[in-house]
Write a protein that binds this ligand. Structure first.
Ligand code: GLU
Length: 448
């Protein structure tokens, strides 16, 4: 079998959000398993709304998620292919000119609705004679062009939804070319899918109706029809769709908030499936966990609070090897880096919190002395170095015997004096990193 070829086809008119990431990732995971190709296609035929800065941000956001495309194509550079295809359809009688204005169409739709009829285009333009058309053009009217659907039941076997069908008689012949000769999304999409030999079209279920039309277009252009899969859409907790324009839940915002990219990926992919959303440590792991047949037919509701907690859980399980380069970039290197990571990871909400704890371990803090006599006793009981993970319990056991304290009255003043903080990682891990000299100074109430 040929390796699969998929594409992710955003229009660069805004930042991508977690719902777009869901589509991109599902495509990417699908081909990672089988060593296929992932093509990033910018649907930028709308030259006014498309912007280079958005194309760049989309590439960056995908990269952050771990997706590097095998190729990038831009529809704005491929108009010749679309012109050729339109010509082919015209000569086959499948693309016909229509002269109705938007207002005329709207009036017709209202009349149909009033009569309880579906608002489907009545194909009136098909009965125009050459003279009719010439007369309309003499009035200055320009045609838009519709694809003549073949009225049948269009069927496909959907990767997610199984056997699917749409009666094309319930659809209007879609407009492929506007009055000003620009293309709507449908034709360029199919032309590119053919030209780039896309084997699987995986996208949101908002495209199901497009699929029916596009299957006929693939056939009319003489190409093989790809396999289709339509996944459910992510919505807000209250069930609203996510919007590219609002910028809310954009990948860029989540990254700026310190959410882990692998948490975004796991969340985007596993929400709305029968698999529990769980932390993963690589996209390969996520690829192995993802299964089309587990994708639900219901909306996938997105709760940002759950994403945050998933991101934290991701950090809590992250190996030192996975964190090492990022720690180094934050100036956390050397022999202490690994024990430091193992000591603090379980307390992180976001990765950037490491800077604070590194400061506690290696920098200077102002200790908080809550109970001077007790802390003096603690200082006197400090064991000699070398220190390791067992030092803390040896020390606090000795202190317990000497002072008869246990529980919070024993531990809390020590934490305050040693770290200057009310809460934090286990002191058994921190203490050997802080070291005896610093610990002694802090227990003496000195900034150290
Ligand atoms: N540009 C289209 C969109 O973002 C692509 C849809 C498709 O995958 O065909 O909705």
């Amino acid at each position: 079998m040929m390796p699969p070829v998929v594409r992710f086809a955003p229009s660069p008119t805004g930042r991508i959000h977690i719902g777009n990431a869901r589509t991109a990732l599902i495509n990417f995971l699908f081909v990672t398993k089988d060593r296929g190709r992932f093509i990033l296609r910018f649907d930028d035929t709308d030259l006014v709304r498309s912007r280079e800065e958005y194309a760049l941000s989309i590439e960056n956001d995908l990269k952050w998620l771990g997706i590097v495309p095998d190729a990038i194509v831009r529809q704005s550079q491929r108009f010749e292919l679309y012109d050729e295809a339109a010509e082919k359809l015209r000569s086959a009688g499948r693309l016909y000119p229509c002269y109705e204005t938007a207002e005329e169409l709207e009036r017709r739709r209202k009349r149909q609705q009033a009569r309880g009829l579906p608002p489907v285009y009545d194909r009136a333009a098909l009965s125009l004679t050459a003279e009719d058309r010439a007369a309309l053009e003499a009035q200055g009217r320009k045609p838009h062009w519709r694809f003549l659907l073949d009225h049948t039941i269009i069927r496909w076997n959907d990767l997610v939804r199984g056997d699917s069908h749409i009666d094309s008689a319930s659809l209007s012949d879609p407009v492929l070319v506007r009055e000003d000769e620009t293309y709507l999304y449908t034709l360029p999409s199919v032309v590119d899918d053919l030209n780039l030999k896309i084997s699987h079209i995986i996208r949101g279920e908002d495209h199901v109706t497009n699929t029916a039309v596009q299957i006929q277009l693939f056939e009319a252009l003489g190409g093989a029809v790809p396999v289709f899969g339509h996944h459910n859409l992510l919505t807000t907790v209250s069930g609203e769709g996510l919007s590219k324009r609002s910028g809310a839940l954009s990948i860029g915002t989540l990254r700026d908030e310190g959410i882990e990219s692998l948490a975004v990926a796991a969340f985007a992919v596993l929400t709305g499936t029968s698999d529990a959303v769980h932390p993963v440590q690589s996209l390969d792991e996520l690829a192995a966990d993802f299964n089309f047949s587990h994708v639900s037919r219901n909306q996938a509701k997105f709760d940002p609070a759950e994403l945050k907690s998933l991101s934290a859980r991701n950090l809590h399980q992250m190996s030192f090897e996975a964190a090492e380069a990022r720690l180094a970039a934050a100036g956390i290197e050397g022999p202490k880096a690994e024990p430091f990571w193992m000591a603090v990871r379980g307390n992180l909400e976001i990765f950037a919190d490491v800077a604070d704890w590194w400061g506690v371990v290696t920098g200077e803090i102002k200790p908080a002395i809550e109970d001077a006599d007790f802390i003096a006793a603690a200082r006197e009981t400090l064991p000699a170095e070398p220190w390791d993970q067992t030092t803390w319990s040896a020390w606090t056991n000795a202190l317990k015997a000497r002072t008869n304290r246990k529980g919070r009255p024993l531990f809390h003043p020590l934490r305050l004096a040693l770290t200057g903080r009310e809460q934090g990682p286990e002191l058994a891990g921190l203490l050997p990193l802080i070291g005896r000299a610093k610990a002694e100074a802090r227990l003496s109430g000195h900034a150290a």
